[in-house]
Design a protein around this ligand. Structure first.
Ligand code: ADP
Ligand code: MG
Length: 712
């Protein structure tokens, strides 16, 4: 029997209560287990030793053997620094500490050979190593070490209190001594042999004390695979359980509405992608399980018609449907578009938003409850308790990243009650749910974050779309840009000019917008030119009025903040000018650009910026000018910002990865998902002897670590 890895870290020799406290608060290490799972951030090559006279100004990390011949404190602007003169047989240099001096002073030994390691600086004609990693030569020679020296995550507090990388390394060694380096296997024999993985014990050993590059790589692979495997296992299980437990409303037939619309009223031929997605949805709706599907499709890929036709499937089976959008403008637009289609089929459809008045609301509530209303379009207003459906069969959420999980779950409870005569309590059956997003997230991320949803992708734009031409212009070229606008207006086109809106400086943004508006009016004076303006501080009715003027073509230019970012559809608008484009994120820029290029005309997007640009801004601008592909843009965005910031991922908690990296380890993720599916496919309850290890590990993970904190 091996040592219980749940043993508190205090019991490890060399740790003690003070260090244990620090490890707990700084690194969240409570048990032996947590310590083994503290994986190095990187490894340093410590096979090389330098002589002081070999140092170069641009040497990075070096390892030197020498002795401290003197120590002094040097006063500086704030506080003082501790400086040691360090000597080898070729010269002298300095070792410097700005913090933790007391502890260091006490522990340093003069005239004893040390091995020091760190990043070289050049200052006042002398080389120095600030806060070097150091160790007495005799210890250095005894230690369990390898060419690849692990560098562990640390904090300032830890290094100030003397828990250096070397100390972590030592207690790690101690842990391997106490446990004899034997750890329980956590993957099944099948997986180990199929993927030729090294054992858990070997992996742990080589991640902390790599024998060589190859074993390190294999250890990393094995541990990354395992981490991703259990996340995928969790997500797929959740999805399976969902499908078996949550009964769905059976939509058994494709009926009258759908067929009539498809055969007689469809305004265009559907793209292959749209057809495929409709089939996927149709399959979900026809099965006995509740649909929980995410529809990803780039801006302009035609998600709305898919949504509408899905609603027809609900109607055909005697159910109601609703579509919720994040903004008033967008719901109005959906309503206007869909009303036209609905009228052709004699379907009743209504709009409910924050600005619906009391009598309208009352009427809608009544029609919904008695079932006379088929389709309801609206904003968050749909979620209010007073909104009760007779039999809601399908709820669609557009631009779902604008909504939280909470709101999705509210819709769940708007399903029809199953009136069971034997029971007094009735529980609603959730409607089928389709969430749509035009903020595509890369597949790897989607797999991890939305692994419990089924995913459909529209990866094809309707035919005849011309790629939008995107250029970057500096503010000083504004006159040229204005000349271009004038030409486009001459041709009958309409123009968007968008200003940033950033919460923290709303006032300043508002001023920018107004200044911008005035300058636009100056250059495009009425009555020859008509200009709309829309911003967040206007009343919804005024916004709507201005929006409508632009949609109807009564105004040439729409000056706006990002309120128009999502979904607005004005096919005649062919130029999108984004002011201070360097202040926008990539997905926002892409969304904004998606407002043009909706008609047959060549469209343009002009990114205006000042001269001062950060590297990230430059990358964003270049990316926008290079490609129109939302998925490609999402990949760059992910690289720039890291997965934590991508919309919708914050709540999911899947991103607390210890060793795997969603960006770099795509292939491992894919393989982990494949094996998780394979295992569950043949053994959904993990009862087979072969999967005993997996079941055990899975249960342990749930028990000791809340890495499953996204289980709802
Ligand atoms: P999004 O996916 O961004 O919501 P929309 O549903 O608003 O896109 O569609 C964008 C535009 O493309 C609309 O004007 C819509 O009528 C049109 N459209 C959608 N599908 C097709 C198609 N298959 N062929 C031609 N035009 C289409
Ligand atoms: Mg849309």
């Amino acid at each position: 029997m091996s040592i219980n890895l749940q043993t508190p870290i205090d019991y490890l020799k060399g740790v003690g209560p003070n260090r244990a406290d620090l490890l707990r608060t700084e690194l969240d290490i409570h048990t032996y287990q947590d310590l083994i799972n503290l994986f190095p951030n990187r490894y340093l090559d410590r096979t090389q030793y330098y002589k002081i006279n070999q140092l170069q100004r641009n040497s990075s990390e070096v390892q030197i053997i020498g002795e401290i011949i003197s120590l002094k404190e040097v006063a500086q602007k704030r506080g003082k620094r501790l400086v040691a003169t360090f000597k080898d047989d070729t010269g002298t240099m300095e070792l410097i500490w700005f913090r933790g001096q007391k502890w260091i002073r006490e522990s340093l030994k003069l005239n004893k050979p040390y091995v020091v390691f760190g990043k070289v600086n050049w200052f006042n004609g002398v080389f120095n190593l600030p806060h070097p990693d150091m160790e007495l030569l005799e210890e250095h020679e005894q230690n369990l070490r390898s060419a690849m020296q692990p560098i562990y995550p640390s904090t300032e507090k830890l290094s100030n209190k003397g828990i250096t990388n070397r100390v972590i390394n030592k207690i790690m060694q101690q842990l391997f001594l106490e446990t004899k380096g034997r750890f329980q296997e956590s993957l099944s024999g099948n997986i180990l042999s199929e993927l030729k993985l090294i054992s858990k014990s070997e992996a742990f050993f080589n991640i902390h004390f790599p024998k060589n590059q190859e074993l390190l790589a294999r250890a990393q692979f094995r541990l990354k695979f395992e981490e991703l495997f259990y996340i995928q296992l969790q997500l797929i299980l959740k999805n399976l359980i969902h499908k078996s437990k949550i009964k769905g409303l059976p939509f058994t037939q494709v009926g009258e509405y759908f067929n009539t619309f498809y055969n007689e009223h469809l305004p265009f031929e559907l793209t292959h992608a749209q057809k495929r997605v409709l089939k996927e949805i149709r399959q979900d709706l026809g099965s006995n399980a509740q649909m929980n599907r995410l529809l990803q499709g780039d801006v302009g890929s035609g998600k709305t018609i898919v949504a509408f036709m899905s609603m027809l499937m609900a109607l055909d089976n005697g159910f109601q449907a609703c579509l919720m959008a994040p903004t008033e403008i967008l719901s109005v637009q959906h309503y206007n578009g869909l009303e036209e289609l609905a009228n052709q089929l004699n379907i009743s459809i209504e709009l409910l938003t924050g600005s619906s008045n009391t009598s309208e609301r009352k009427e809608i509530h009544k029609l919904l409850e008695n079932g006379e209303l088929d389709i309801l379009i609206g904003t968050h207003a749909l979620l209010e308790d007073k909104v009760k459906f007779k039999n809601l069969g399908l709820a669609i959420i557009d631009e779902q990243h604008r909504f939280g999980v909470e709101q999705r779950s509210k819709l769940w409870h708007k399903g029809p009650s199953q009136s069971d005569q034997n029971e007094s309590k009735t529980s609603p059956t959730p409607p089928h749910i389709l969430v749509m997003t035009a903020t595509p997230i890369p597949r790897t991320l989607a797999m991890s974050v939305y692994g419990d949803l089924d995913i459909s992708v529209i990866d094809e734009l309707p035919p005849g779309r011309q790629a939008i031409k995107t250029v970057h212009r500096y503010d000083k070229n504004r006159l040229k840009v204005f000349r271009f606008i004038r030409d486009e207006i001459e041709k009958g086109r309409q123009i968007y000019i968008v200003y940033p809106l950033i919460q923290e400086s709303e006032k300043m943004d508002y001023k920018d917008l107004m200044d911008g508006y005035e300058s636009v009016v100056r250059d495009f004076p009425p009555p020859k030119y008509q200009i709309s303006i829309v911003h967040g501080q206007m009343k919804p009715a005024d916004k709507e009025y201005e929006m409508q003027r632009f949609i109807k073509g009564e105004t040439n230019i729409m000056v706006a903040t990002t309120v128009i970012e999502v979904g607005v559809n004005v096919p005649n608008a062919s130029v999108m000018i984004i002011e201070s484009a360097e202040r926008f994120g990539l997905s926002q820029l892409h969304q904004l650009r998606g407002r043009v290029g909706r008609g047959a005309e060549q469209s343009y997007c002009i990114l205006m910026t000042s001269h001062k640009l950060s590297n990230d801004s430059k990358t964003r601008l270049e990316t926008m000018c290079r490609t129109n592909d939302g998925f490609e843009i999402a990949e760059v965005d992910l690289r720039l910002r890291g997965p934590g910031d991508i919309m919708g991922t914050q709540q999911s908690g899947v991103l607390n990865l210890k060793i795997a990296d969603l960006l770099k380890d795509k292939d491992i993720l894919q393989s982990a998902r494949y094996y998780a599916k394979k295992v569950l496919g043949s053994d959904p309850t993990l009862k087979a002897t072969e999967n005993k290890t997996i079941l055990y590990t899975y249960q342990q993970l749930g028990k000791y670590k809340n890495i499953w904190n996204y289980i709802s």
